[in-house]
Design a protein around this ligand. Structure first.
Ligand SMILES: *Cc1c(COP(=O)(O)O)cnc(C)c1O
Length: 471
């Protein structure tokens, strides 16, 4: 399997190179040159299999020969072995044709664990095989950093440094990063904002001497290996609800477009998906696009669903590539104009094709809170505020969907992660799962650095060198 860039000017690469490089050298995102196809018989054969086995079958063709089959099996099985539900991604019925798929049974209680756990192990395996090491440096406003730290802990060939804005992440999110007791992972509080953290990371990557000396690498959501494991749970849900005989639709609370793009990938691979419903909060750039064909940037407003507070959705470039019939030059021209003008529009042809698959809804905070409350009253289930946005979008798009087709709404985080929203909706915060009940009492490591590249470099240097000496 080879991967090509959405901008058409970078060399095609095999899976292991795509894994380690993340972004393509022409600034584009890597996508499979051809989609692996699953026949109706292949899909039928997944019925009744455990989650890890479905995931392995879905990922195998993307990885190809770059990781030996037995090693890939071990990686996938280990990734999900520690999840706290034997189904890994259990389905719960909410209404006659509506199911919730719980994607919060991993170590940090959000769906990012489903990909990050695999990504960390793939990195370690590929690096060990090459006799290489990398230093992961990233910035987080919450969920991604915690998932990355959990995925990198104790991996022999990876050092991981995650910057977060001091005092500006929730206590729960901070503790998920700062209480991990492993010598190779470091959550660092920066005296500044999330944007300052991101700028520091960018500056570190632009420092070529530093980047090369420490083998800097990123695990952000544009890495193909973050998308790939997410495709598995679309197959899992559809097969459990009767695919290939019965088509299904999905509703996905969306920020960077990575999760819902994995659903799009599943469809390209032969899974009978009828509709993909995108849920936006007040930062509704995607919903406005699917309504009008115009993508237009606006400022970000903070909401109760912070993991969707985005100005642009970076993974949308992958869909755009297909809407432009895989013409990389057209993608590049469009996105260059977007950066310059803050907007672009697609033609009726592209909008028509996008609209035949995607539907979109939006909720402000009050609507999300109301949805949490009513779903609790009707079913007893407690939704996190991101998931509530997705459920609301199911209702908002009902008139455009076939009522006979079941909808699976993705529950992207555990309600206990967003205590304030839950308290506002139902009066009391949600309880943490038992395995994390003592999170707020665990000892923290909370190093602080100034918003300064020299300080960051010194911090990284000292720890990577110390670990090298110990090894
Ligand atoms: C990251 C995240 C999202 C958004 O997912 P994208 O892949 O960026 O669209 C939604 N909900 C939660 C809880 C998240 O952590």
């Amino acid at each position: 399997m080879q991967y090509i860039s959405t901008r058409g000017r970078a060399p095609a690469l095999p899976f292991d190179e795509v894994l380690l490089s993340g972004l393509a050298r022409d600034g584009g995102l890597y996508v499979p040159a051809v989609w692996p196809m699953f026949s109706r018989d292949d899909i039928r054969a997944m019925k009744g299999l455990p989650y890890a086995e479905v995931a392995l079958r879905v990922m195998q063709p993307f990885v190809g020969e770059t990781v030996p089959a037995d090693a890939l099996r071990r990686i996938v099985e280990d990734s999900y072995a520690g999840f706290d539900h034997s189904c890994v991604a259990p389905l719960k019925q909410l209404a006659p044709n509506l199911w919730l798929m719980e994607l919060f049974h991993g170590p940090t209680l959000a769906f990012k664990d489903y990909a990050m756990q695999v990504l960390g192990r793939l990195f370690d395996h590929v690096l060990a095989a090459r006799g290489e090491r990398v230093t992961i440096v990233g910035a987080t406003s919450g969920d991604t950093g915690a998932a990355a730290i959990e995925a990198c802990r104790d991996r022999g060939n990876v050092d991981c440094f995650i910057l977060y804005p001091r005092g500006r992440v929730s206590p729960m999110q901070q503790r998920q990063m700062t209480t991990v007791d492993a010598p190779n992972v470091h959550a660092i509080a920066v005296e500044g904002t999330f944007d300052d953290c991101q700028d520091l990371v960018k500056a570190a990557f632009n420092d070529t001497a530093f980047r090369d000396a420490y083998g800097l690498s990123a695990v952000n959501s544009i890495n193909w290996a973050r998308i790939m494991p997410q495709i598995a749970y679309y197959f899992w849900a559809a097969v459990n609800l009767g695919a290939p005989e019965r088509p299904v639709s999905f509703s996905v609370p969306t920020g960077n477009f990575g999760n819902v793009y994995a659903g799009y990938a599943a469809l390209q691979m032969g899974l009978p998906i009828e509709r993909l419903v995108v849920g936006s909060n007040a930062n509704d750039i995607l919903t406005r696009f699917f309504d009008s064909g115009t993508m237009e940037m606006r400022g970000v407003v903070p909401t109760l669903s912070p993991s969707m507070d985005i100005q642009v959705s970076s993974n949308f470039e992958r869909l755009l590539f297909d809407l432009f019939d895989r013409n990389g030059a057209e993608v590049e021209a469009t996105l260059t104009a977007f950066r310059r003008d803050g907007r672009f529009a697609v033609g009726d042809n592209q909008l028509g094709r996008a609209g035949a698959l995607f539907l979109a809804g939006r909720s402000d905070d009050d609507q999300a809170v109301e949805t949490i409350r009513t779903v609790r009253e009707r079913t007893g289930e407690l939704l996190d505020p991101h998931t509530a946005v997705g459920i609301r979008a199911v209702e908002q798009t009902a008139a455009s969907r076939d009522p006979a087709v079941p909808v699976v709404a993705l529950a992207t985080a555990h309600p206990a992660k967003f205590a304030a929203a839950i308290e506002r909706a139902v009066g009391t915060p949600a309880a943490l799962p038992e395995r994390m009940a003592d999170l707020m009492e665990r000892p923290e490591r909370t190093p602080v650095i100034p918003n300064d590249l020299v300080a960051l470099k010194a911090y990284v240097q000292e720890r990577v060198v110390a670990r090298g000496a110990a090894a």
